[in-house]
Design a protein. Structure first.
Length: 347
């Protein structure tokens, strides 16, 4: 019995020993499996973030290739040309061959006399020499979208050769997210309610985008300090606006026509492009590298999210704007997918 008991004890010990070994092996397998899963998860997360960062934050210091944007834009825009003047010039209206077949905002037909009077005041029609002589122009078009809020993109934006801003988007107090450098600001009278001193640099070009003759008239009145016109605007523009005439330019309406017909593919040039969409088209003709930031609206079902980084206005305000933001979103996505432009924020 003793021997039997001894043998049973041995059997029990063997059983527990084998069981413990099995449990130990299973435990190590579980731990190994856990670490494999965590490693895979970590790698997937890293690759996802690397992909996101590459798409969202293209390097400003990436080699700039002269003519790169032009070679890409030529595929998209038929009859693409950089021969058109960037800004309207007084000499354009002394020759019949330069007359436009379109009226504002797509041409200057019918506005020649007014433009001659206005352009004689400014006596500035060209791109500054420090920009013109750049061997390769790296440009960023800074939109006004809510995506810029808390983006901390200010330092990145300031590193571009040309920073193009839109309408009344403020810089003062938002420098961390949007930067402080402004090479050009595209605007129209109703969007001129920004501080020319606080929200621009001393050498910033204030580029008027004329949608109607009254827009040119307003600018002429401001520079000449003439009697103000209060009717004809959908929103009252500034009555007092302290700017230097040498900083004012008028964007060639050619870019508006190209935006409508070539980028948005709209028939009969309706609806009118936004200033942001126009700025992208302009950059494709003026720059060698084109990046954008702060573009994109909330989903049409999102009625509460602000559309701008600096105010609480929602999509409701766009209902009567006359712009087709859905069509423009599709156009920008196409430009991004074809890698004609790159994005600093998500779209």
């Amino acid at each position: 019995m003793a021997a039997l008991c001894f043998n049973n004890e041995i059997c029990h010990r063997g059983y527990y020993s084998q069981t413990t070994k099995m449990k130990g092996k299973q435990g190590w397998k579980a731990i190994a499996f856990f670490f494999v899963v965590m490693f895979c998860f970590g790698m997937c997360w890293f690759l996802h973030m690397e992909y996101y960062m590459q798409r969202s934050y293209p390097s400003v210091h990436k080699i700039c290739i002269p003519g790169d944007a032009a070679s890409k834009a030529e595929i998209l825009i038929s009859n693409y040309s950089r021969d058109h003047p960037v800004f309207l010039q007084l000499s354009d209206y002394f020759w019949v061959k330069n007359q436009s077949i379109y009226r504002l905002p797509y041409g200057t037909n019918g506005s020649e006399e007014l433009l001659m009077k206005f352009l004689a005041l400014t006596n500035r029609y060209h791109v500054p020499e420090e920009i013109k002589r750049l061997p390769c122009r790296r440009c960023v078009v800074v939109g006004n979208g809510h995506h810029l809020k808390n983006s901390s993109l200010g330092e990145t934006i300031n590193k571009y050769d040309v920073v193009i801003r839109l309408n009344n988007a403020p810089v003062h107090k938002y420098e961390k997210d949007v930067g402080s450098k402004t090479t050009m600001r595209l605007f129209y009278p109703e969007s001129a309610d920004f501080d020319p001193q606080l929200d621009n640099n001393p050498d910033t070009l204030l580029v008027l985008v004329p949608f109607k003759q009254l827009d040119i008239q307003w600018m002429k009145i401001i520079l000449n300090n003439e009697k103000r016109v209060r009717k004809g605007f959908w929103k009252m523009p500034p009555i007092i606006w302290e700017v230097e005439p040498e900083n004012i330019r008028i964007l060639n309406p050619y870019y508006m026509a190209v935006t409508a017909t070539q980028i948005l593919k709209s028939k009969k040039m309706t609806p009118k492009p936004t200033t942001g969409m126009l700025a992208i088209t302009f950059a494709l003709h003026f720059c060698d590298t084109v990046h954008i930031a702060g573009f994109g609206y909330p989903a049409l079902t999102n009625k509460k999210q602000p559309i701008h980084y600096y105010e609480k206005v929602t999509l409701k305000s766009m209902a009567v704007s006359g712009h087709n933001i859905t069509l423009e979103a599709q156009a920008i996505k196409s430009l991004l997918q074809q890698r004609i432009i790159s994005n600093l924020t998500y779209f």
